[in-house]
Design a protein around this ligand. Structure first.
Ligand SMILES: Nc1nc2c(ncn2[C@@H]2O[C@H](COP(=O)(O)OP(=O)(O)OP(=O)(O)O)[C@@H](O)[C@H]2O)c(=O)[nH]1
Ligand SMILES: [Mg+2]
Length: 458
């Protein structure tokens, strides 16, 4: 969806990074082009203005212009602000309530509500193993309830049996009652759409909301409608208290304005994306990944690498030498874990190995679980210096002591050690390869290189 924006920004930044030193004037010029690119992508004017102003303020700072790679640093500032503009953190559907949890889905006619209800239901049942009931409150369009029943059947999810003549509030109450009796975790309520925001629609939705007290009021908005989608969201937010947004038709050729302005204008997080007509065409909305997608992931990764190098160039070089010699010990791993936590990404580690850029991008999907990283650091810090240098001496009783010291199970210690060994072995192999050889590493090889993040679930 962001193709043309990506292309435009790519041109601007390529020019910027080609230069050695940058003046304030160079940055201002680049940002003028960024501004035009965003406006052409249909991003709301106030959002663009704020964005450019903030980036400008940050980017002309001394640490950016005087850095070794000012162009890269400017891109990094843009990247960081894009993430912020998109909402910062990933926000998931809120299902934290006593089951059955009500999820109310609202939106204009044809925005994709009914399809999205089935998609979400499918996601919750198949991935999160929830027991889900779908109910259509759409009594305005003939066959609307039947449409949901058919979709429910396709997704193998139960739908509330239809009783003719019931009004939406009563159907909603009946759905919650059925949810309670049937031991359902989640009840998803599909509502009727209207051609445009009208009083009757809002009143109806508000009445349903009051009757079922949903944990989440999810607005479904069509990304193809651009700024109209944003205005619709604003009205719904004001009238019925939307708590999250799902943007549909991301697979269409929308310019991206809706996605980019939505958060800033409405204050409401985008939580999900609809990426096609099929029921599995649903994605979580990750601001950092979207920002990376917009800027072209490769650039971002390389700039983060550069940033990491500037922060700790010496450390990085020392570490790289150790990697390549296969002398990577647990202290180094602990340092990496810390750095990964700081940088919030896998890049910290991968950046040490020149030539794996593309593969890195493919792995960008790997999420870092902060708590798991902390736990792994705790295990390593419960070891003596000698143990960290030489894992071989870690016998059963030492492992028990370490586990107790870190407040984890002995299996957790074992898992960390196993993954450390795999990593160290892999790094030694990678070290022996030429730069070209590193580019040809297989996916599986790279998976083995992933630090033991998520290795200790709990
Ligand atoms: N390409 C694409 N099509 C979608 C997406 N989501 C929904 N659709 C299609 O959009 C059309 C309308 O979807 P519905 O789910 O019926 O929309 P609705 O909001 O329930 O419509 P009303 O109930 O009439 O207000 C259908 O043909 C869907 O297949 C999406 O993410 N991408
Ligand atoms: Mg519908």
């Amino acid at each position: 969806m962001f193709d043309s924006l990506t292309e435009r920004l790519g041109e601007v930044f390529t020019r910027l990074t080609k230069r050695g030193a940058l003046s304030e004037g160079d940055v201002a010029e680049a940002l003028r082009e960024v501004r035009v690119a965003l406006l052409e992508a249909d991003v709301a004017l106030p959002v663009v203005k704020d964005f450019v102003k903030e980036v400008q303020a940050r980017a002309v700072g001394a640490d950016v212009l005087k850095s070794v790679t000012p162009g890269q640093m400017v891109i990094k500032v843009v990247h960081d602000h894009l993430i912020e503009m998109l909402g910062g953190e990933t926000e998931e559907l809120n299902l934290r309530a006593t089951p059955p949890v009500a999820l109310l889905v609202v939106g204009l006619q044809g925005s994709g509500k009914t399809t999205s209800v089935a998609k979400i239901g499918l996601r919750l049942t198949s991935i999160e193993k929830k027991k889900v009931l779908l109910a259509s409150l759409d009594v305005h369009r003939p066959a609307a309830q039947e449409q949901l029943r058919v979709l429910g059947e396709q997704a193998e999810i139960n739908t509330l049996p239809v009783i003719d003549g019931q009004v939406p509030v009563d159907i909603a109450k009946r759905a919650m009652e059925a949810g309670k009796l049937g031991g359902y975790d989640v009840v998803i309520l599909d509502t009727a759409g209207r051609l445009h925001i009208d009083e009757a629609l809002m009143t109806e939705v508000a009445a349903v909301r009051d009757a079922v007290q949903p944990a989440e009021v999810l607005l479904v908005a069509d990304a193809l409608t651009g700024q109209d989608a944003v205005n619709v969201a604003k009205s719904f937010k004001e009238r019925v208290g939307v708590t999250g947004i799902m943007l549909t038709r991301i697979d269409g050729d929308a310019r991206g304005g809706a996605a980019l302005s939505m958060r800033q204008v409405t204050g409401c997080p985008i939580k999900l994306l609809g990426t096609g007509e099929k029921l599995d065409a649903l994605e979580a909305f990750h601001p950092d990944r979207i920002a990376s997608r917009i800027l072209g992931m490769g650039d971002v990764v390389s700039l983060v690498e550069k940033a990491a190098e500037t922060i700790d160039k010496e450390d990085a070089e020392k570490l790289e030498a150790k990697f390549l010699k296969g002398q990577f010990d647990l202290d180094d791993l602990a340092a990496q874990l810390r750095q990964m936590r700081r940088m919030g990404g896998l890049e910290g580690l991968m950046a040490m190995l020149p030539g794996v850029g593309k593969a890195k991008r493919q792995m960008a999907g790997a999420n870092i679980d902060e708590r798991s990283l902390l736990r792994q650091e705790a295990i390593i810090s419960s070891m003596t210096l000698k143990e960290r240098r030489s894992v071989k001496i870690l016998n059963g009783s030492r492992r028990r002591r370490i586990a107790a010291g870190a407040g984890v199970e002995i299996q957790d210690v074992n898992r960390l050690l196993k993954q450390y060994r795999q990593m160290a072995g892999m790094m030694k192999k990678v070290g022996k390869l030429s730069r070209k050889g590193r580019k040809q590493l297989s996916q599986q090889d790279l998976k083995n290189l992933i630090p033991p993040q998520g290795g200790i679930p709990r």
